[in-house]
Design a protein. Sequence first.
Length: 610
Amino acid sequence: MSGRIDEVEYSSREILFDAAKSVVIDGQVCLDKNTQQRQRLRDFRRREKQQIHDLRQQVDYLTRRIHAFGTKPLPWNDIALALQEPLRESLAINSKLNQLVLRYRKLAMTLHEYAYNTLPPPSINHFLPHYTDASNHVLLSDPLLRLQGFQWLTERLFHNTSSALHHCGTKPSTVGIMYMDSSISYLYLQNYRVVNATLAQVTEAQRRIYIDNTYPGAQGTLLDTEITSQAFDPTNFAYFDLDYTPQRHLHRIFVQDTRSVLVGLTIAKDEAQPGSPCYKSTEYGWSIAEFLTPTTTQVMEFWITTLHTPQTKSEYSKELKTPFEMLENESEIALQDRFYEHHQVEWRALAAHCSQLFDDTLNQVHVLPHLTSWQHYTLPHANQARVKSMSWITEWLYQNTTMALSHSKGEGYYLDFVPTETLDLSYTIHQQQFTMNISLQDISECQRRIYLDHQCPGLPASFIDHELTLSCFGRDISYFDLGDGSRAIYRIFTSPQRVVLVCSSIMDELFAKSVEYPENYGNGWIIMDQSDNSTTKVTELFITSVNNSIEALEKIMPGPIPSDLIVDDCKRQEIIQHYTKINAQENHKYCNQLFADTIRALEQDKLKMV
């Protein structure tokens, strides 16, 4: 037969040819090896042709679907059905994980309670001062020997950090007594807490309290700065003569990758202090901050001090601040009990004061821009990296919304000045809270118009990367050149009961050869909480830097600068704060008027739509 043989004829001939080659063995047809190979190849060609046919049909079907999608919306119901099964699986997994978390939490609480009630507390005898050499609390007068003494005293405590950790416990603020004999005992404080702050922020808070000595009411004199500033980092080392105690205090912070350790002790004898006595009482301790998560840090403290038991009733009267006549008939045991209880009460009050001081200082550290990482304020060149940084900066501020609310002083407007470790820089904290009979949706739309759409008459700001932000974030984010050399980013976060608008100064690598903070920089929050359907509470917090340099004074002070302001940093700072306060009050009035005008414009727009 000439010409092409189609599949049916070809297959029939193959079948007949194979049958002729077959052999019947035991009643079954058996094919030779070549025949079996031809049969397998024939089956493979058939499957291949069928697969090609199926793929062509699928391509035709998908092509028709693509053309259909170009003219009508995406079939959301099909997508919902496709995602329904993964959703059920995710919910089931989430439920199982929640049950496991609850189970393990109960187990951990049970084990903790068992260990606390069953296991004996660790002994702290080897930390008691009388078990150490007296030289551990003495400073010599020779400068070189003093430096060696500073190093030895602080590093000895630092090397015992791991041992001290065993005595910190996990219970907050525990005060106890170690009874030795009738003449001496020891008072100790164990404290444990977990704070929502980075390790760097906790370290900075400890630095302000123990190194800078800048908390309210603190009065003390730094000593030996001429010799210690060269040998130690002055931001992590301080030797103080404090006004509230005759003994001098030595503090040092050791900063590591995952923790920072503050060690402190009193000096029993300073030979550089003429006529100073050798104090019998000594005190030292540790405050250890350890990294838990990028935004969580655990703080463990262990402090111990000497108590010398009074030997006469007149000494008891002096210690207890009680008239001698009231103690005359009390027994020795009763007086000792009162003495120990008196000092424990004092230390509990001191622990509460220190805890509040730490919270207040940490709140200040949280909001000051120069204490945060560069990545919180820097935009790189590449578009993809810029978008990522914009998202990171604004989301970091949004995550600190609760912290911002903690600074609120209630209804009204407040302006505070926060000093830093130098006279060259300080901060203004603007706080305002008010309630309006306007829905959350309307008041958030007003803030959006002012800060994101920049409907602000008279302000020379202009959009930067407007197309980029619109394509990636929509109307929820805007980046501006404010016209004075500074740049700021704004973003709004919306939830059913709360809307938060955050803003931040920006260091942009596109506009500067070297990334540095502009003359004025800061960040802020506007937090809008829905009280009911027609009432909204608004809380505002803005932190702005104040440059206390002579150049900054020239810009805000009319007329020539008096010569005394050039040399007197403190007086110049007062004058700058005075003019800053005036400008802040004027800006506050302008913003309130702008907000009222925007509210009226929104109401008019709603009437036009009706």
